[in-house]
Design a protein around this ligand. Structure first.
Ligand SMILES: [Mg+2]
Length: 124
């Protein structure tokens, strides 16, 4: 079944790179959205939810860690799979994000294979 994706990152260049890597991974989405921070993402998701969110951590206005916590309180986002994409790689921080409701973690720099490996199990 066709899935929808949102890429959340404060860098427009990084959003493009992520989008291109997702395409190269062979994963197919029928709709892709973008947002520049957690707040913008939640605003958009409340109007039009998606299946999978790829989410940066360090962003202005609302960070990815705050966004995960807020998203889990919203009806629109209870089932949404949220996968963090960040250069941050401390295990304690990753454990904290997963405890807060994140569904996965991809570290930058990433590869199409990594996206395929981490996202395929979430797309059923
Ligand atoms: Mg950032």
């Amino acid at each position: 079944m066709a899935k929808s994706l949102m890429i959340v990152d404060d860098s427009a260049t990084m959003r493009k790179i992520i989008m291109r890597t997702v395409r190269m991974s062979g994963l197919e989405f029928d709709r892709t959205e973008e947002a520049g921070n957690g707040k913008e993402a939640l605003d958009k998701l409340q109007g039009d939810p998606v299946d999978i969110v790829l989410c940066d951590i360090n962003m202005p206005e609302m960070s990815g860690s705050e966004m995960v916590k807020e998203a889990r309180k919203l009806d629109c986002c209870k089932e949404t799979k949220i996968v963090m994409v960040s250069t941050e790689s401390g295990q304690d921080m990753i454990d904290g994000l997963m405890a807060d409701g994140a569904n996965g973690y991809i570290t930058k720099p990433f590869t199409p294979e990594k996206f395929q490996e981490k996202l395929t199990p979430l797309m059923n």
